[in-house]
Design a protein around this ligand. Sequence first.
Ligand code: FAS
Ligand code: PHB
Length: 392
Amino acid sequence: MHAQVAIIGAGPSGLLLGQLLQRAGISNIIVENRSAEHVLGRIRAGVLEQGTVDLLDEAGVGARMHAEGLPHDGFELAFDGDRHRIDLRALTGGRGVMVYGQTEVTRDLMRARAAAGAATVYEAEQVSIEGIDTTAPCVRYLLNGRVHTLHCAFVAGCDGFHGISRQSVPTAAIRTFERVYPFGWLGVLSDTPPVSDELIYAAHARGFALCSMRSRTRSRYYVQVPLDERVEDWSDARFWDELRTRLDAHAAASLVTGMSIEKSIAPLRSFVAEPMRFGRLFLAGDAAHIVPPTGAKGLNLAASDVRYLSRALIEFHRTGDTTELDAYSARALRRVWKAERFSWWMTTLLHRFPDAGGFGQRIQQAELDYLIGSVAARTALAENYVGLPFDD
Ligand code: FAS
Ligand code: PHB
C-alpha cells in the first residue's frame, strides 16, 4: 500500500488531519489499533475554541456542530458560596466558545471520511514505524493475521499519549517535561438538564467541581478525587451528594440528578515532548502533549497542531517547499506551552492541593479575590480560555 501521508491514530487529531489533507488532494491512510465503536465510546472534551470551530468548518464538517452545538458567551466561577461570571465576549471583544462534545466531533469526522472514501484501518495490531530518517518511511501493522506495509512520504503520529509514535523516537532525540497532579477527576455523564445555562467551575475546601454539558438535556459533571480513588466506590448517589456539597446553594438546589450513563476517573498531568518532528515523523495532539482538562485545552491544542501540520504538508505537496514543515515544531510548541501554562494556572487556582498548607490556601484565595476584582485579570483569563491567536 502507498499514501503520501500515513496517519497513526483515528482520534480527533488523526481524523481532522486526514480530512484536511483529503480535501487538498493529498492521499492519506489512517491506521488505528482500536475499533471505531471504541473510539466513539470515549467521553472526553466538551468545549471548542473559535479556532477549532473555524478549522472544522474549513474541513467541511461544521454543519451539525452549528446546528446542535451551544455557543457560550461566558462561564461562572463558584467559591465561598457565591458565583462570579466571566463574561468572555465582553472581555475579548466578542469571542466565545462552542460547547459540542468531542464524541460528536469524532463522529462528524468519521462520517466525512467514509463519504470521501478515504481509508481507515481499524483494529490494526503491532503497529510500527520505520525509516523516519529517510525520505521513504513506512508503517507496518498486523491485520487478520497478515503483516501489511504502508509506504509513505510522511508519518503523522496522532496516536495519543500512550501511542507508539513518540515511543519510536530514539530517547536521545527527544526531551520530555512533565508534572503529575496529586488528584484526578471523577466524571459523570447523565441525561439530565444542565444545572445552569453556562459552565460552573467551583473551588471548594473539599475540592474542585465542574458543571458542564453536552446539550440542553445531557450534562457532564466532574469532582476532584484523590489519586487512589476507585470508580466502583462511587455510587451515583454518593457522586451527586459530593457535587452538591461543592456548589453554591442555588446551584445545589437546582441540580437535577439521575442515573449516570458514563462514570470514570481521569488522572491529571501536564506533559510536553520536544521537538514534535523527527525527520519524516510529525507528532500532533496528545501524542506530543497533555494538559489537565481544567482549561478545556486538550482537544483544542490537538486542532491547533493539525492546523499548522496540515498547512505545512499542503504547502510541501504543492510547491516542494519545506519551510512550513521545518517551522512546524517550534511554531506548534509556542502555542502548546502557552496552553500548558494556562491549564496549569487554572488547575492550581481551582483545585485543593494536599500539601498546599495554610500559606498556599491563602494565596489561592487571594488569586480568586484578585481575579473577580480586576478587569485586567479577568481579561487575561478570558483571552486564554477562548483561545490565543495562531501565529501564522
Ligand atoms: P486521542 O488519544 O484522542 O486519539 C489517539 C488515537 O490513537 C486513539 O483512537 C487510540 O486508540 C489510537 N492509538 C493509540 N495507540 C495506537 C497505536 N499503537 N496504533 C494505532 N493507533 C493507536 N480535553 C479537553 O479539552 N477537555 C476534557 O474534558 C478532556 N477530558 C479528557 C479525559 C480523558 C480521560 C482523556 C484521556 C483526555 C481528555 N481530554 C480532554 C483530552 C482529549 O480530549 C485529547 O486532547 C484528545 O483526545 C486528543 O486527541 P488525539 O490527539 O487524537 O488523541
Ligand atoms: C467537559 O464538558 O467535558 C469539559 C468542559 C470544560 C473543561 C473540561 C471538561 O474545562
